[in-house]
Design a protein around this ligand. Structure first.
Ligand SMILES: Nc1ncnc2c1ncn2[C@@H]1O[C@H](COP(=O)(O)OP(=O)(O)OP(=O)(O)O)[C@@H](O)[C@H]1O
Ligand SMILES: [Mg+2]
Length: 240
């Protein structure tokens, strides 16, 4: 198998005296969709925050595309090619959809033509955002907001997109639409790491799935293997 795009080892992080990540080890390969699942409070959001430079790790390594990113600032991580779609979307509610998307590109220096081309591609993938481009982001539906948040992440032209809670609060039809869009982007070369509370959705979307428990990755396996695993079926899929 090819070298991993992202290789995390021994990663520890927390908030003040509260340690949350207790030595996280896992890898994401170029061109794949990987999922991170785990119960509430397991540390999934904390892990994504540590990966994107928002929370400095106390120990461990984050290798990305041949470089070391542990301790790097959010700007450096974004510049290196990792974008983060946060839990709760965090759009600029009083700004238009288009301006939200352009905010995602603030670090790019590859010129207006490249930005315009990427914006057009995003409007192809999410036609509803093209329709709503002049509308304030705060007026979008939940599903549209999630599309806008994903699209804003894409506007940094990342190699790896981290998405926290892809489907939370969204209707199944919207989740299907988002999943289809992510698959299309993945076919064009984007690598994805998706935190997903709905394990059935996660296993359907991802090639590899990582299970997080109490600040560690306790299981990493192809989705296919997890789907047929009795313990996973009982704990997460509600089938015995
Ligand atoms: N800012 C913070 N200060 C202190 N503790 C925090 C902070 N943010 C998170 N925690 C704690 O870290 C632990 C992991 O939280 P985290 O949000 O990473 O979990 P999660 O797996 O994303 O959960 P969920 O599925 O509910 O989103 C929890 O015990 C939480 O209370
Ligand atoms: Mg979370």
């Amino acid at each position: 198998m090819a070298e991993p795009l992202l290789a995390v080892s021994g990663l520890r992080a927390g908030y003040g005296d509260v340690q949350v990540l207790w030595g996280v080890d896992f890898a994401v390969h170029p061109g794949e969709i990987a999922c991170l699942v785990g119960s509430n409070g397991a540390g999934k959001t904390t892990l994504l925050r540590a990966l994107s430079g928002l929370l400095p790790p106390s120990e461990g390594s984050i290798r990305f595309a041949g470089g070391e990113l542990a301790g790097a600032s959010p700007e450096r991580v974004l510049g290196a090619g990792i974008a983060h779609v946060p839990e709760g979307r965090r759009l600029f509610a009083a700004m238009s959809v288009r301006d939200n998307l352009l905010m995602g590109a603030y670090l790019r220096r590859d010129g207006a033509a490249a930005l315009a081309r990427d914006l057009e591609r995003i409007y192809e993938v999410f036609p509803i955002l093209a329709e709503r481009r002049a509308q304030d982001a705060g007026t979008l539906s939940g599903g549209e907001q999630q599309m806008c948040a994903v699209a804003r992440g894409l506007m940094s032209a990342p190699r790896l997109l981290l998405i926290d809670e892809l489907s939370l609060g969204l209707a199944p039809a919207v989740v299907d639409q988002l999943s289809d869009a992510l698959r299309a982007l993945n076919r064009e070369g984007l690598t994805l790491l998706v935190v997903e509370q709905d394990v059935a959705t996660a296993l359907e979307l991802a090639r590899d799935c990582h299970v997080m428990d109490s600040g560690r990755i306790t299981r990493s396996a192809p989705s296919e293997a997890l789907r047929n695993d009795p313990a996973i079926r009982e704990a997460y899929l509600g089938v015995i």
